[in-house]
Design a protein around this ligand. Structure first.
Ligand SMILES: [Zn+2]
Length: 230
């Protein structure tokens, strides 16, 4: 069978894959559940379990950011590696930094898993179209819910937001708002308040990271990996 993903390494990065699987296997993932009006599907433990299965079977390939530059150029025609982590919906690839397996970095992994989850709801020819602002808002909120839930398990009930962005005050505001929303979600209010959602969705497009990004994202589904390529 011919694989159309030749420039990519034949074997998924086992270490990076394990890091992501370990996060998705944590009991605390059962607390990552909330709903937003700007996204048709909720962020739910069941959906995130599906993401785990798709990673397990390498339908979504996970790589460490370090060491991927050579094939990256072939695959994307440009060296545009993410500073921290990213999910590439066209290729069903997640790139992470495996530098630390702490709550901070695990939460970034959860962020990317939310993008993968949205991709799972789309299909080739029938994409799930979400605004970049809503997709990122959902991902940042999930990132904060995960981190806050982990801290709570350790007994830190009112920890400050651990995500600091000195170079972009707007992105810091995104994190601060998401952190505030995460307390409400873990407190039992699983539907994000309309005013909170409007604030987040308004903030994302003015950040340095997202101001040049397209308004909408088309999530086009996650292809099944041909057996001979796995
Ligand atoms: Zn994101």
């Amino acid at each position: 069978m011919v694989c159309d993903t030749l420039p990519e390494p034949k074997v998924a990065d086992a270490k990076a894959k394990k890091l992501v699987m370990d996060v998705l296997n944590k009991g605390v993932m059962n607390r990552v559940e909330f709903y937003m009006s700007g996204v048709k599907f909720g962020c739910t433990p069941d959906s995130l379990k599906q993401v785990k299965l798709r990673i397990q079977f390498d339908d979504i390939r996970v790589y460490e950011r370090e060491g991927v530059a050579a094939w990256w150029m072939n695959l994307f025609g440009t060296i545009d590696l993410p500073s921290d982590a990213a999910y590439y919906r066209d290729k069903d690839i997640m790139v992470i930094r495996a530098k630390g397996n702490d709550i901070y970095h695990q939460a970034i992994i959860v962020h990317e898993c939310v993008h993968a989850m949205l991709d799972m709801f789309g299909a080739k020819g029938k994409p799930l179209t979400v605004t970049t602002a809503s997709s990122e808002s959902m991902a940042y909120i999930a990132q904060c819910v995960y981190a806050r839930a982990c801290y709570e398990e350790l007994g830190f009930m009112d920890k400050a937001c651990p995500f600091e962005v000195k170079k972009d005050p707007n992105l810091q505001q995104v994190f601060d708002k998401a952190w505030e929303i995460s307390a409400k979600i873990l407190g039992g209010t699983k539907r994000v308040d309309a005013a909170d959602e409007a604030k987040m969705v308004g903030l994302v497009p003015v950040t340095k990271l997202y101001k040049h990004k397209p308004v909408n994202v088309d999530f086009n589904g996650i292809a099944l990996r041909p057996a001979s390529c796995s």
